[in-house]
Ligand binder design. Sequence first.
Ligand code: MN
Length: 714
Amino acid sequence: MIRITDILDRINIYHPEADLDLVERAYVYSARIHEGQVRLSGEPYLSHPLEVAGLLTQLKLDTVSVAAGLLHDALEDTSATAEELTGMFGPQVTRIVEGVTKLSSLSFRSSEARQAESFRKMILAMADDIRVILTKLCDRLHNMRTLQFQTEHKQVRIAQETLDIYAPIANRLGISWIKNELEDISFLYLHPHKYREIEKQVARKREEQQEYIDTIKEVIQEKMTASHLNCEVQGRHKHFYGIYQKMVAQQVAFEDVYDILGFRIILETVQQCYEALGVIHSIWKPIPKRFKDHIGIPKANMYQSLHTTVVGPFGERVEIQIRTRDMDRVAKDGIAAHWQYKEGRSFDEEDSQVFAWLRKLVEEQKYVKDPNEFMETVRIELFPDEVYVFTPRGDVLSLPRGATPVDFAYAIHSEVGNQCMGAKVNGRMVPLKYELKTGQRVEVITSPNHRPSKDWLNFVKTAKARSRIRQHIKAEERKQSLELGRELCDKAFRKHHLSLSKQMKTAGFQKAIEDLGYKTAEDLIAGVGYGKVTPLQIVRYFAARGELEEPKEGLVHKLKGRMRRTRPKSGILVKGVDNILVRYGKCCNPLPGEPVTGYITRGQGITVHRVNCPHALNMDPARRIELQWAPETDELYPVRIHILCHDKMGLLAGITGAISDLEANILDASVKTGADQKAECYFTIAVSGAQHLDKVMKSVKKIKNVIAVSRIEG
Ligand code: MN
């Protein structure tokens, strides 16, 4: 049990001038009125208000909040009255205690109408003084920590309510440590088996992971120091409920949740954060589209951080968050961070911006009389990252923000998704990549012959849709390569007067399968179709040696044979040859749309240069080859740009924001500040082509205080 002296000590540390007398008097009074009462645990009742007050000091809240925490059950469980409290502790403490008492009587499990009414009251209490809900959250957290003393029935009811109402509120207010603990304890009581399973797995992995965490931390620390960046590196485990949610959302086993571990780099300034990002991307390759700039664009709950996922030293995915110390405080304590150290100030003086959503809700509730409609508004505000849409039968589906009719179709059923060929929203046809909004009625049009398209992967938002589409494409590709492989083998065998179907049954074929690293005949044949094995490699097992001389053809043809084995993916077309291995000259970083030329390098395929690249001009004309860009590719190309700007606060965030808004990945960034108040930024970004680069540069140029943007040539 925490002691009052511990609480006073803590306040003294974060707020040395605080009015400790108020807290001490509240303690003495609380001890008197709760005297003789015991908790279900057998402890004296006073332990509960003390723990709640202790949690409030963990949020570094003012003495009014801490005093209110000590007194929060006074009106409900003792003979004390509001008048007495006001007389002794002032109106603010009393208001908070009254607010918490009111919240405790709300029911969130009854009919829609009463539930809506409960939410309405809660929101009004929150808007009246945010400290009411902070105290309530601490009260709930301590009650959850001692839930083992309740009956089983109550445990489940309270855990469910916590998961439905209080954890989302903690999340909405940005208080991540309270949210995580509330979720984990609720998870324990609602799904004890799943909880224990994850607990066991995490414990089993802990030792080996500790070594891994230390290695990664060391590498990061070393590179940061080399770049003169002073930082703190933290490695952490995701909380159990977070892991469970990933497993459910991505429909994967524990082993396949890759981001159980995460790393955090804490620095001093925003500029250092972007520099650190550049350093990270220079050590490990970033995974495209996983970079999120929540510094430039903070989350609705004020959270700020740079997020990136990179391919780590062992080929694994590593999630890294980069932020300043201030941002780290907000990430942990959320709204409470804004309240910290601000003794005696009432809500909504300065932070009104922060509470805009809350005020909107308060306004809303005056006009929205229909409880269902009001609940809808509450849900949108509490779960800002979700949209709620209706099926034609009126059922509600919740989807992540940005979800499309394809996500909707897969959420209904995998087959509906696979056969989805069109969609209607509120009765009107929309494109499949249409972004759904809350309240819309969605109808999917299916056709039994319709099949998923690879393009869908570019816009779907749910893991289910993504994995089902991939599955389907894989199956389809395998079918095609099997057909193609069979055809190619057939031809090659016939050319040597052999029959594929006969040879397939022989021991020789079995040997070929094993030698070439496959498991079944079908796998091997499909391998031919994928271009990983040539038919000749198989025929070799059956034909006489003399017949097997490779035909002597030109260099390009030889390359063609070799390159077939590599995966076709480049955006370059070589006249007369397809699927050839190409590399892009590091000297000039050519982009699709620009005139290019190629240079044949033995054993390495073709290197592509821009026609005016000095290297290209110097090449041996005999090895030159004419090239064209394929009409469309989804490849990305790195290019370096230089930005000269005035050194202004927030400018860097604006620039990276503009770059990522246009879906260009930032691979590397560095900033130099000159004595003349100007900054030179160097970015390496990945773009899809010359047009894309042009767009990005134009958009950056438009930003205020940016003086010049140029591509770095050669
Ligand atoms: Mn309580």
